[in-house]
Design a protein around this ligand. Structure first.
Ligand SMILES: [Zn+2]
Length: 350
C-alpha cells in the first residue's frame, strides 16, 4: 500500500488568518468519535470493528478514483438518518471550521441520502440548518447551506429537492450543487433540477472537471448557468474553457489535497491551481472532506505557500475574491467579513 499524501501542518499566521470554506461536505466532516457514539445510540450495526473507525473513514493512499474515495465517505450514511445526527454533525463541522480560523462556511450535503419515510428531506435540511445556526450563535462563524443533488439519483428526486431547498432560503439555504459520480452520470440528466433551483433564487455550483474533462465545465457554465464550479481542475485541458471561466469570472472551488486523493491530479506539485489563478480565473481554496482527507483550509493554504510559493497577500486576496463569489445574500455581512480579512492584513503584514 502506498503512503497517503497528507498536507503539512499550517503556520500560526495561516491558522489565525480569517478564511472562507465554501466547498466542504457534511459527510466528509463527521468526527469518528461522534460516528461511534451515534451508531451505538441508534443501535446501528457496524460492518467493521469500531476500533478501526479511523481507517474506515480516512484516506490511506490506496484510493485511485473518485468512486473509491466516495466509498470512504459512504460509511457515514449509516448514522445520518435522524434529526439529532444531522444537527450534531452540522454543528460540529462548523465548530471545527471555526477552530481552523474559518469565518464564513458554506457547508454542503445531499439530504436525499439521509431521508426515510419518517424523516423526509425537508426535515433533514432543517436539522442541518438548526445545527449551523447554533454554531453561528455560539462561535460567530457565519454559516450557510448548499443542498446537493446526487448525479446517480432519479432526476425527479433532484427536482423535488431543488424545490424544497428553494423554500428554505430564509433559513440559510443559499445554493444548489450537483455532486457524486461525474464520470458515470452526465449533468444533462439533472438540467431540470438545476433550472428549478435557479428559478427559486439559489446560487448554482456544479462538481465538474474533476473525474471527467473540461467539456463538463463548459456545459455547467453555458447550459446550467453555474456561477461556480466544484473543482474544475481539468479546465486546464482546454484554452476555450479557461477563456470562458476568465471572461465570465466563474470561480473554481479548488480542493488541492482531495484532488490528489481522488486521482484527479497525479501529485500536488502537478496541480494546475496556480496556472489557473495566474490566468485570471477566480479560485477559492477549500478542504472538500476534512476528516476523510485529513486536512483543513489552513493546511491547504500552507500547500499554496510551500509548494506553489504563493505569498500571504495572494492568499488574502483569494479570501476577498471568495467572499465576492459566495452565495451569501446579505451584503452587509459580506462587507463585515471582508473587513475582517483586511484588518488581519493590517495587523500582520507578511
Ligand atoms: Zn466536493
Amino acid at each position: 500500500m502506498q503512503t497517503a499524501f497528507i498536507p503539512p501542518e499550517p503556520s500560526e499566521v495561516l491558522l489565525q488568518m480569517p478564511k472562507c470554506n465554501i466547498h466542504t461536505h457534511l459527510e466528509g466532516s463527521v468526527r469518528p468519535e461522534t460516528f461511534l457514539e451515534l451508531a451505538a445510540k441508534n443501535k446501528v450495526k457496524l460492518p467493521f470493528d469500531p476500533a478501526k473507525v479511523d481507517e474506515k473513514f480516512r484516506v490511506d493512499g490506496a484510493e485511485k478514483t473518485l468512486v473509491e474515495y466516495l466509498n470512504k465517505i459512504r460509511v457515514n450514511y449509516a448514522i445520518l438518518h435522524n434529526r439529532e445526527a444531522l444537527y450534531r454533525t452540522s454543528y460540529e463541522a462548523a465548530e471545527d471550521a471555526h477552530r481552523d480560523g474559518v469565518i464564513y462556511l458554506e457547508l454542503r450535503d445531499g439530504p436525499a441520502l439521509h431521508s426515510t419515510p419518517d424523516f423526509p428531506v425537508e426535515a433533514c435540511v432543517e436539522s442541518m440548518l438548526a445545527g449551523l445556526q447554533e454554531a453561528e450563535a455560539k462561535f460567530g462563524i457565519v454559516c450557510r447551506l448548499i443542498v446537493a443533488g446526487l448525479r446517480d439519483h432519479d432526476p425527479q428526486v433532484n427536482v423535488d429537492l431543488a424545490r424544497i431547498a428553494g423554500r428554505l432560503t430564509d433559513q440559510g439555504v443559499v445554493g444548489f450543487d450537483l455532486a457524486g459520480d461525474e464520470a458515470g452520470y452526465p449533468a444533462s440528466l439533472h438540467r431540470g433540477a438545476v433550472e428549478t433551483a435557479r428559478e427559486m433564487g439559489l446560487g448554482i455550483t456544479v462538481h465538474a472537471g474533476e473525474a471527467a474533462g473540461a467539456e463538463n465545465v463548459r456545459y455547467a457554465v453555458e447550459v446550467l448557468g453555474a456561477q461556480r464550479i466544484g473543482h474544475g481542475v481539468r479546465s486546464i485541458e482546454s484554452r476555450v474553457v479557461m477563456d470562458l471561466l476568465k471572461k465570465c469570472q466563474i470561480l473554481l472551488e479548488i480542493c488541492p489535497t482531495s484532488n490528489v486523493h481522488t486521482g484527479t491530479v497525479p501529485s500536488i506539485e502537478e496541480h494546475p491551481l496556480k496556472t489557473l489563478y495566474d490566468y485570471g480565473i477566480p479560485i477559492s481554496i477549500n478542504d472538500d472532506d476534512p476528516i476523510t482527507s485529513r486536512t483543513r483550509v489552513s493546511n491547504e493554504l500552507m500547500l499554496l505557500q510551500t509548494v506553489f510559493g504563493m505569498p500571504l497577500e495572494t492568499l488574502q486576496e483569494i479570501q476577498l475574491a471568495t467572499l465576492d463569489h459566495t452565495f451569501l445574500r446579505e451584503e452587509k455581512i459580506r462587507a463585515r467579513l471582508k473587513s475582517k480579512v483586511l484588518e488581519f492584513a493590517v495587523i500582520r503584514p507578511s
